[in-house]
Design a protein around this ligand. Structure first.
Ligand code: HEM
Length: 389
C-alpha cells in the first residue's frame, strides 16, 4: 500500500508545515511514509490526543531500544542520568530525585543572578560596537551561563563552558567539532562531579549525589541539563526577539504594558513550539488512538507544534494574542517527561523581554525575516539574527 509521505520540515517560519495542518483537519491519526528518516510513522495531530499519548508511557521514550526513533543519539556511556531517554521505573526514580530543584519557588530565587547575567551580556554587546549577530552575542551565551550557574561551574571556567556549549548548539558547525565539544563538556562535567564527590558543596550535583545518584547518573544529568536547556532556550530568545522586532505593534504592547510579558512568553512558546522532536515515541504494545490500532513496534510522533495550533483549543490559533492565557500549551511537552526546566526557561525569557528593549531601545533587525537562515533539525530556530542597536 502506498502511504502519503511525511516530512518534519517547516515550510514557513511562522507555523507548522502545511501537511501537518492538513493532517489535523482531515486525518488526526495517520499512518505515513517517513522517507526522510526511512520507514513509516504514525502521526497524532489533535491537542487532546497528543496530551493523552504523551501521558501514556506505553509510548516509550527508551532510546536504548534499537527500534526507538531516537536510538541513533543513544550512547550507553552517557545514558545513565539522561532521564529524557528513559521509561519508568528508572525515569520516575531519577526524575523524582531531582524535581525539587526545579520548583517555581526554587527557580524564582535565581532571578537576581539571571538578571545579572542578562545585564552583563547586554553590557558586552554594547562594548562590542553597534551591530552584530544577536544569536552569537546574546541568545547563546545567556542560557549557557544560566546552566553554568545552576551546576555551580566555577566562574574561571565560564568561557570554556560557554565556548563548548556554543559549538555544540551551532547546527552549522561541522559534525566532528560538535561531537568534540560534546565530549569536552561530558569530560568537564565528570571532573565537576568527581570534585563534588571529594568535597560536597551546596549545589544540584552534590545534592543529587547525597540523595543516592551514582557518579554516572550525576554526569548524565549535568550533561542533559545543558543539552536540553541551552539550545532550546537560545532559540526561543532569538525567535521572540525576531518576531517583536519584525512586528512593531507586538513590541509596542509590551512597552506600554510590561505586565503582559509573562503572558507574551507563554503565547510565543505556543506559537513557535520549537522542540520539533520532543513528541517522538515507540509503541511498545498495540495501542488504540481514535479507533486506530497502532501496532507494537511503531514509531509514533505527537505533532506538538500542530497541537498548539488546534483551533478547538486555541481559537484563531495563528494570531499572536498576549492575553490569550496560553499556559496550557504543549511546547514543554506533557505528562511524565514534561520539561523539567520549564520554570528556568520561562524566567529567562521574561527577564530578557523585561530588560532587552528597555536597555537597547533602538534594537532593530538589519535583515528581512524572509532572508534569515532557519534551522531545520531537532529544534526550530534561527542560525543568525543580524541586528543593530
Ligand atoms: C524554551 C526552552 C525549552 C523548551 C521549549 C523545552 C522543551 C522540552 C520538551 C518538549 C521536553 C519533553 C521531551 C519529551 O517529552 O521527550 C523537555 C524535557 C526536558 N527539558 Fe526542556 N525545554 C526548554 C528548556 C529547558 C531548560 C532551561 C532545561 C534545564 C535547565 C530543560 C531541561 C529539560 C529536561 C531535563 C527534560 C527531560 C525531562 C524528563 O524526561 O523527565 N529544558 N523540554
Amino acid at each position: 500500500m502506498t502511504r502519503t509521505p511525511f516530512s518534519q520540515r517547516r515550510t514557513e517560519p511562522y507555523g507548522p508545515p502545511a501537511l501537518h495542518r492538513r493532517l489535523q483537519a482531515e486525518q488526526p491519526v495517520a499512518h505515513l511514509d517517513w522517507t526522510e528518516r526511512g520507514g513509516d510513522v504514525w502521526t497524532i495531530a489533535k491537542y487532546e490526543d497528543v496530551r493523552a499519548m504523551l501521558s501514556d508511557t506505553r509510548f516509550s521514550s527508551d532510546r536504548s531500544n534499537p527500534l526507538h526513533p531516537g536510538h541513533q543519539a543513544y550512547n550507553p556511556k552517557s545514558h545513565q542520568g539522561r532521564i529524557i531517554e528513559m521509561d519508568p521505573p528508572a525515569h520516575s526514580t531519577q526524575r523524582g530525585r531531582v524535581m525539587g530543584e526545579f520548583t517555581v519557588k526554587k527557580i524564582a530565587a535565581l532571578r537576581p543572578s539571571i538578571e545579572q547575567i542578562v545585564d552583563e551580556t547586554i553590557d558586552a554587546m554594547i562594548a562590542s560596537g553597534d551591530r552584530g549577530d544577536f544569536v552569537d552575542l546574546f541568545s547563546l551565551p545567556v542560557p549557557s551561563t544560566v546552566i553554568a550557574k545552576l551546576l555551580d561551574v566555577p566562574e574561571k571556567d565560564y568561557d570554556f563552558f560557554q565556548d563548548k556549549a556554543g559549538v555544540f548548539a551551532d547546527g552549522t558547525a561541522p559534525n566532528e567539532d560538535r561531537q568534540q565539544a560534546s565530549m569536552a563538556i561530558i569530560d568537564y562535567i565528570a571532573t565537576l562531579v568527581d570534585a563534588r564527590i571529594e568535597r560536597p558543596g551546596d549545589d544540584i550535583i552534590s545534592r543529587q549525589l547525597a540523595a543516592g545518584a551514582s557518579r554516572e547518573e550525576a554526569i548524565g544529568l549535568g550533561h542533559l541539563l545543558l543539552i536540553a536547556g541551552h539550545e532550546t532556550t537560545s532559540n526561543m530568545i532569538s525567535l521572540c526577539v525576531m518576531v517583536l522586532l519584525d512586528r512593531p505593534e507586538l513590541r509596542r504592547q509590551l512597552d506600554e504594558k510590561p505586565e503582559l510579558i509573562p503572558g507574551a512568553v507563554e503565547e510565543l512558546l505556543r506559537y513557535f513550539t520549537i522542540a520539533e522532536t520532543g513528541g517522538l515515541r515507540l509503541a511498545v504494545e498495540d495501542l488504540e488512538v481514535r479507533g486506530h490500532t497502532i501496532p507494537a513496534g511503531s514509531v509514533v510522533y505527537a505533532l506538538t507544534n500542530t497541537a498548539n495550533r488546534d483551533p478547538d483549543v486555541f481559537p484563531d490559533p495563528d494570531r499572536i494574542d498576549f492575553t490569550r492565557g496560553a499556559r496550557n500549551h504543549v511546547a514543554f511537552g506533557f505528562g511524565p517527561h514534561q520539561c523539567l526546566g520549564q520554570n528556568v526557561a520561562r524566567l529567562e525569557l521574561v527577564i530578557v523581554l523585561e530588560k532587552l528593549f528597555a536597555r537597547l531601545p533602538d534594537l532593530r533587525l538589519t535583515a528581512e525575516v524572509s532572508e534569515l537562515p532557519f534551522k531545520e533539525y531537532s529544534n526550530f530556530g534561527i542560525h543568525e539574527l543580524p541586528v543593530a542597536w
